[in-house]
Design a protein around this ligand. Structure first.
Ligand code: NAP
Ligand code: ZN
Length: 352
């Protein structure tokens, strides 16, 4: 059986260990990918610390995968050996339901299969990108444009698409005032993408520590919630708020920042319920909504958009030859210390 060196959590909150993970034999439509880089998304941490619900262990996270095609199954037509490719949050879906047919595979009724911590249609548990190799059906393998480094492309496969999708849906563009709440992995991509779309972007962060960076990322203004009256002074300022915060937020205070008909699109996923007074959305006909990753066609569109505009993630490269380095990186993500996405150099993972 073929295996790959990988990093795995034996239990919630445990230290990472080096393991050899089995890889399935290539099916007709399968692609074997040599992973070069894997981004660390906060969702990996929510999952691997059982913050959402008890996960399945051992767990190899990672749904921001970039690498090259090493081998293809006999029926593969979309990619060839040597192609630069990426894999995001999904690795399978029925391909036949209404949602698969309109390119929103994440809503597949079967349902869709996540890149890790999910059971495939064959009953096997999926394992993600904190590894040197992965096997994925060609339908879920994206083309990474030549103009883009694989390292800065990896985070686009989740952070990029998760922010691009609501920005597109709600019309970010010239004349539109967009606020991005939380300048982390998703947030910094939201700023870059919204600015490239032509929107006027303001970042809302806990402090001024990221103020200078925010302007360099493309924001026109930065607001620190630690400053007295910061939120009340910004009342009625924005057409669209993209909330990327991984913790509970006082929703009503943020809804007040919207102009009439404004939209607050939430992508951050804490486990606490939203608490909103009816007037918070009724006054001003406001929209309180969410957004879940994005489908495969829109993910390709996002990669092409980023290449066209010279965008990639701002990254910190992680050497994972000591697996505990990944646990440390997780702590730094939770502390909001990372500038702005940690990417694992998977060549440093070797079987112990
Ligand atoms: P991240 O890099 O940790 O960024 C989150 C940012 O939120 C931090 O940088 C920080 O920004 C802010 N923040 C953290 N704790 C806070 C607190 N207690 N109060 C206020 N602000 C706080 O995480 P990420 O990878 O971008 O992911 C963000 C969230 O999106 C996670 O919950 C993740 O699971 C979720 N997610 C959702 C989807 C989806 O499909 N909707 C997809 C991927 C990820 P400042 O330092 O600027 O304050
Ligand atoms: Zn993610």
């Amino acid at each position: 059986m073929t295996t790959t060196p990988a990093l795995s959590l034996p239990a919630a909150g445990a230290p990472f260990e080096r393991v050899d993970l089995p890889l399935r034999e290539l099916r007709d439509d399968d692609i074997l990918i040599d992973i070069a880089y894997a981004g660390i998304c906060h969702s990996d941490i929510h999952t691997g610390r059982d913050e959402w619900f008890p996960a399945h262990y051992p767990l190899t996270p990672g749904h921001e995968i970039a690498g090259t095609v090493a081998a293809v199954g006999p029926g593969v037509t979309r990619h060839q050996v040597g192609d630069r490719v990426g894999v995001g949050c999904l690795v399978d879906s029925c391909g036949e339901c209404e949602w698969c047919k309109n390119g929103q595979e994440m809503f597949c009724t079967k349902p869709a299969v996540g890149t890790y911590n999910a059971q495939g249609y064959d009953g096997e548990w999926t394992a993600g990108g904190y590894a040197q190799r992965v096997v994925v059906s060609e339908r879920f393998v994206l083309r990474i444009p030549d103009a883009m480094g694989l390292d800065v492309a990896a985070p686009l496969l989740c952070a990029g698409i998760t922010t691009y999708s609501p920005l597109r849906r709600w019309g970010a563009g010239p004349g539109v005032k967009v606020a991005v709440v939380g300048v982390g992995g998703l947030g910094h991509m939201a700023v870059k993408i919204a600015a490239a779309m032509g929107a006027e972007v303001t970042t809302i962060s806990r402090s001024n520590a990221k103020a200078e960076d925010a302007l360099a990322l493309g924001a026109r203004a930065h607001l620190a919630t630690s400053a007295e009256n910061a939120l009340s002074e910004a009342r009625g300022s924005f057409d669209l708020i993209v909330n990327t915060v991984s913790a509970e937020l006082p929703m009503d205070s943020y809804l007040r920042l919207l102009r009439p008909n404004g939209v607050m699109a939430n992508v951050g996923l804490p486990m606490t319920p939203y608490s909103v007074f009816p007037w918070g959305v009724i006054g001003g006909n406001k929209v309180l909504t969410g957004s879940q990753i994005g489908g495969i066609p829109e993910t390709q569109e996002m990669l092409d958009f980023c290449a066209e505009h010279g965008l990639g993630a701002t990254i910190e490269m992680l050497d994972a030859s000591d697996p505990a380095a990944v646990n440390d990186a997780w702590d730094r993500v939770v502390a909001g210390d990372v500038r702005y996405r940690v990417v694992i150099d998977t060549s440093t993972i070797s079987a112990g």
